[in-house]
Design a protein around this ligand. Structure first.
Ligand SMILES: Nc1nc2c(c(=O)[nH]1)N[C@H]1C(S)=C(S)[C@@H](COP(=O)(O)O)O[C@H]1N2
Ligand SMILES: [Mo]
Length: 533
């Protein structure tokens, strides 16, 4: 259909009317025009906000985060409301309290958006400020959620930017109407924009449903799995040092590092793993095939090569899976092969020495983490876990392919990007408490030390560069997990520096010279400035 591009003539009777609000328009017609203008401006603000929220929801679905702007604000709100208000909400709305909260947040957001729309007609900056504050609240709420990961704030940011851009368009259209409230062209322009934005919002909302729907299907399949359960989920006796982080890292607090902008979604029933290359017998396994094999459960601490000294890109979990040693034995690797190249659904690759898969360290294809099917973000349905190697050279998530090969035949994802081909984890230690302040007197200094598959034999602490003092080590079930330690400090008032160093199983001390994470892991001692008193 062809829309006439020739502007319709403005109604003659109104063409000589003085400008909008602020003019001397005291006639009935002019004030009706002004009311209409405010109404349109409010509608513009609301439509801009709804489009922003729809865009935010799609972004959340694509990124695999639950943090839509409304959810982010709602969760932050729930964290902060006093218990009596929570109780009141539950008694008023029963189990619908969450829906009521969402609706409430939406209504408040849209009311402010309407105000923003009205302000934007006079001065875009004033309306934009309202949107920026609303989006800012959502971004801050998402960024401070413990469960939102690194990208949780992105949907709220996208929502804010979308709303700002659309508000700008509405403000432009309405500015014309403001000079001439009865100008038919401007009215039509506003209606077209409003219609377009509404259609766009509905389309984006539908897209969000599709994307979200697939994620929901995979999440449902995950919930429905019945996997071999570990004999116990409880940490072994004596592993926890007082004051240190929990020895077992809960799945939803486990660090997440990957290049996947949106979480790869694989139904277990669709999953296939090919083991091929320099092998006698190529294997192709389905998820059920994998579950038919002998299952092992093992505590292993994963570490990211990007972990800075003192950083938290490290976590410890009970992994359940099938030994790579067994699967490789079935395939029969050539004696000339020295590596596997593992590939994930999204194309990420890692290169791992075969020796680390066939020795006694129980490297595995893991399907469960702390007794739960792998979380979607941590590689569902199957990933690799190799004790002693940084994740980037071993821990491929959303695994789909293993090629038995030679290091001189390929480069894995991070190698041409400035990271070493081989990545054994370096002996390190970290102070968890205290981190900044402490009272005078007996203070527990505690933390973790790790040298997976080698083991930690001793940890020492010193204050203000003084003599090293031996800390008490907690137990470890094998050398493949972190080892916790604590030391009691008789802390005098003032500013002090605490330092920690660890020794490996052979008695070698940690490297003291500072090195950045690239190309193969940071070194240096963790220091903490503590204000006592
Ligand atoms: N598919 C895929 N797997 C991957 C990565 C990735 O980018 N893509 N990153 C690796 C890196 S660098 C690390 S440290 C670990 C992190 O695993 P986690 O997110 O479960 O803690 O996954 C590894 N596996
Ligand atoms: Mo990593």
């Amino acid at each position: 259909m062809n829309h006439p591009q020739v502007p319709a003539p403005a109604p003659l009777a109104t063409s000589d009317r003085p400008g909008g609000p602020g003019g001397n328009g005291s006639s009935r017609l002019a004030s009706r025009g002004r009311g209409g203008l405010h109404f349109r401006a409010a509608v513009g603000g609301v439509l801009a906000a709804l489009a922003g929220l729809a865009a935010g929801s799609v972004a959340a679905a694509l990124l695999g985060t639950r943090q839509t702007p409304v959810v982010a604000i709602g969760s932050a709100f729930i964290d902060r409301v006093p218990p009596w208000l929570k109780d009141l909400a539950i008694s008023l709305f029963g189990t619908h309290d969450k829906t009521a909260l969402r609706a409430g947040i939406l209504i408040v957001l849209l009311a402010f958006a309407a105000l923003g729309g009205i302000l934007a007609v006079r001065r875009y900056a004033a309306g934009a400020a309202v949107v920026v504050v609303l989006a800012g609240i959502a971004v801050a709420a998402a960024a401070t959620r413990p469960d939102s990961g690194q990208t949780g704030f992105v949907p709220s940011m996208i929502a804010g930017i979308t709303a700002l851009l659309l508000l700008r368009l509405f403000a432009k259209r309405l500015a014309d109407l403001r000079t001439d409230p009865d100008d038919g062209v401007s009215r039509r322009g506003f209606l077209q924009l409003a219609g377009g934005v509404t259609l766009g919002t509905v389309a984006i909302g539908a897209l969000g449903k599709v994307v979200g729907g697939h994620r929901a299907a995979v999440a449902d399949a995950r919930e429905g799995l019945n996997l071999p359960t570990p004999p116990s989920l409880a940490p072994p006796a004596g592993v926890q040092a007082p004051g240190a982080v929990p020895w077992v890292t809960p799945n939803d607090e486990f660090y997440r590092i990957d290049t996947a902008l949106s979480v790869p979604l694989i139904l277990p029933s669709d999953w296939r793993l090919r083991i091929h290359g320099m092998v006698d017998r190529e294997l192709e396994l389905s998820f059920d095939d994998l579950l038919k094999r002998a299952v092992v459960h093992k505590w292993v601490t994963l570490t990211c090569v990007s972990n800075e000294v003192g950083g938290d890109l490290i976590g410890n979990a009970l992994w359940s899976g099938v030994l790579l040693k067994d699967l490789l034995a079935e395939a029969g690797p050539s004696p000339q092969a020295d590596a596997i190249k593992s590939t994930s659904k999204d194309g990420f690759t890692a290169g791992t020495p075969i020796s680390t898969l066939t020795d006694d360290r129980q490297s595995m294809l893991a399907f469960a983490m702390n007794g739960q099917p792998l979380p979607l973000e941590h590689g569902f349905p199957v990933r690799i876990v190799v004790p002693g190697l940084y994740g980037y050279v071993s821990a491929t998530k959303w695994l789909t392919d293993i090629e038995v090969t030679r290091f001189d035949q390929f480069e894995a994802y991070w190698t041409p990007r400035g990271w070493s081909e081989r990545g054994p984890i370096k002996l390190s230690s970290r102070i968890d408490v205290p981190r900044s302040k402490a009272p005078t007197g007996q203070v527990t200094v505690a933390g973790v030390a790790w040298d997976q598959h080698v083991g930690v034999s001793k940890v020492e602490v010193r204050v203000d560069g003084g003599a090293w003092q031996e800390a008490t080590l907690a137990a470890d079930p094998s050398t493949d997990t972190w080892r916790q330690w604590h030391w009691t400090w008789n802390a005098p008032r003032g500013n002090h520096v605490l330092q920690v160093r660890a020794f490996d199983a052979k008695g070698n001390p940690q490297i003291e010279s500072q090195a950045p994470p690239a190309p193969n892991g940071s070194t240096g001692l963790h220091s903490v400035d503590v204000k006592v008193g």
